[in-house]
Design a protein around this ligand. Structure first.
Ligand SMILES: Nc1ncnc2c1ncn2[C@@H]1O[C@H](COP(=O)(O)OP(=O)(O)OP(=O)(O)O)[C@@H](O)[C@H]1O
Ligand SMILES: [Mg+2]
Length: 449
């Protein structure tokens, strides 16, 4: 198997030329020899018939009992062999250069092929029954073959010019591959920190699809690298502060003079570790959101049962805080998506609502099915979010200034990413009846792939 496309093209084109050449040669040979033989055969017949007329004429004039002429002795020069035999097997007329023995064993009228003097001959036989004479006219096969050969050569010779074209072909193919080389060079320039799409001028149609796919890959790679970079930065940022705080607390609990001081220090460390644990969990969720992989795990499931599970997980917190939770939805609402991710999304929204709702109040989750998708709303009685911060809170690590509730500021960015993965829309709005926030989501019914 030839790995170079250039070489493969050259070999294939050259072989095709040779094949074409061979076919032209063969066909021309066959067709020319057929036509030339037809003409030569016609000539043999014509000469035989002329000879018959001449012989009949001679016979009427002379008594040819003892008549015998050898035309070569009379100075004739003729490319055909001629014989006129009498019925008593006497060679009456003999053409120039014609042998004495009979030209063909066939005594019937018509064409036959015979061999003598080590050569092949085409013979035409004509009987003249009225006078009891038989005429043979013959021509050597070699004559027609020589003519066919010279004719075919004349036809085929110009095709020989095509052969040096193979060299040119190499040059043409080289030229044809130039755009590919320039695309390769551009790809070669790409690096970890330089992943811009390849935009070469005059990209040939044949490689345009390849370049498009490559550009799509570069874009995906860029997004993925940016995501990783952001993740690493978030990890460093989010872990550094609590770890530094805990180190200080550790110091004070070790050096603390009273039990009370040491216990206070340990309690702080415990709080810090819990926070750290939460941050790490949120970071791990963020890291696990890989669009391609998650889309592969889409399934049709009941969103209401997911909401019930999430709310039941949060119920201990609701009990502690004395916050009532209600779910207003039909029995079963099906959605095509990633069940695990949507559970994480709902959990973050309900946890936020719970976290920011003062004790003694209520939070509600509404799920409604529509023709085009599912509408989901989480409503709380907390302080709400100012309008100018309603988009801002979705960015990673953003928390409202002066936020006293614990958290890493990653929850809503996780919610946004999961929502986008399901081609959904998320908006925040203030409650009309009282203070509080409503998180509205619309998740379209996606077709199963
Ligand atoms: N229901 C809400 N009511 C009022 N403010 C909210 C509400 N939800 C979010 N916020 C504000 O938006 C910020 C970002 O929310 P987000 O869920 O991203 O982070 P978090 O809850 O602070 O931390 P995490 O979710 O990672 O535990 C919150 O810190 C809070 O200031
Ligand atoms: Mg949150």
């Amino acid at each position: 198997m030839i790995r170079s496309i250039r070489l493969r093209l050259l070999v294939m084109i050259s072989l095709s030329i040779l094949l074409l050449w061979g076919a032209t040669f063969g066909f021309t040979w066959w067709r020319t020899s057929r036509d030339i033989n037809l003409v030569y055969d016609a000539e043999l017949k014509l000469v035989a018939e002329l000879l018959a007329v001449a012989t009949e004429h001679e016979l009427e004039e002379l008594d040819l009992e003892d008549y015998q002429i050898n035309l070569s002795e009379s100075g004739y020069d003729f490319p055909l062999l001629l014989q006129v035999w009498s019925d008593d097997n006497k060679l009456v007329i003999q053409g120039p250069g014609t042998p004495d023995n009979v030209l063909t064993s066939s005594a019937l009228d018509g064409y036959s092929d015979s061999e003598f003097d080590g050569e092949g001959w085409r013979v035409y036989t004509l009987n003249i029954p009225e006078y009891n004479y038989r005429i043979h006219v013959a021509r050597g096969h070699a004559v027609s073959e020589a003519l066919v050969s010279s004719f075919v050569q004349d036809v085929v010779k110009p095709l020989l010019i095509v052969l040096p074209l193979s060299g040119m072909l190499w040059f043409i193919i080289q030229q044809g591959f130039r755009p590919l080389r320039s695309v390769s060079r551009l790809i070669g320039e790409r690096d970890y920190d330089y992943l811009h799409p390849v935009t070469a001028e005059h990209i040939p149609e044949e490689v345009a699809d390849l370049v498009d796919e490559l550009n799509a890959l570069l874009t995906r790679l860029k997004v993925s690298i940016e995501r990783n970079n952001r993740f690493t930065a978030d990890v460093a940022h989010e872990l550094r502060t609590p770890i530094a705080g805990m180190l200080v607390q550790m110091q004070s609990s070790v050096t603390g003079r009273t039990d009370e001081e040491r216990e206070k220090g340990l309690a702080q460390i415990n709080k810090g570790l819990n926070h750290l644990n939460h941050v790490v969990n949120q970071l791990l969720i963020l890291a696990s959101i890989e669009p391609e992989k998650i889309r592969m795990q889409f399934e049709v499931f009941d969103l209401v049962s997911v909401a019930e599970e999430v709310m039941s997980d949060i119920s201990p917190m609701a009990l502690t805080k004395q916050v009532e939770m209600e779910l207003i939805a039909d029995d079963r609402i099906e959605l095509n998506g990633n069940r695990e991710m949507l559970a994480i999304m709902l959990s973050n929204l309900v946890t936020n609502a719970m976290k920011f709702t003062p004790g003694g109040n209520k939070i509600s989750v509404f799920i409604k099915n529509h023709y085009k998708g599912v509408e989901l709303a989480v409503e709380d009685s907390g302080p709400g979010i100012p309008d100018d911060k309603k988009k801002w809170v979705f960015e990673r690590l953003n928390r409202l200034p002066g936020e006293t509730e614990s958290g890493s500021g990653l929850g809503l960015s996780i919610v946004k990413e999961i929502c986008e993965l399901h081609q959904g829309i998320i908006t925040l709005q203030d409650r009309k009846d009282e203070h509080g926030l409503i998180v509205n989501l619309f998740l379209p019914h996606l077709r199963q792939s």
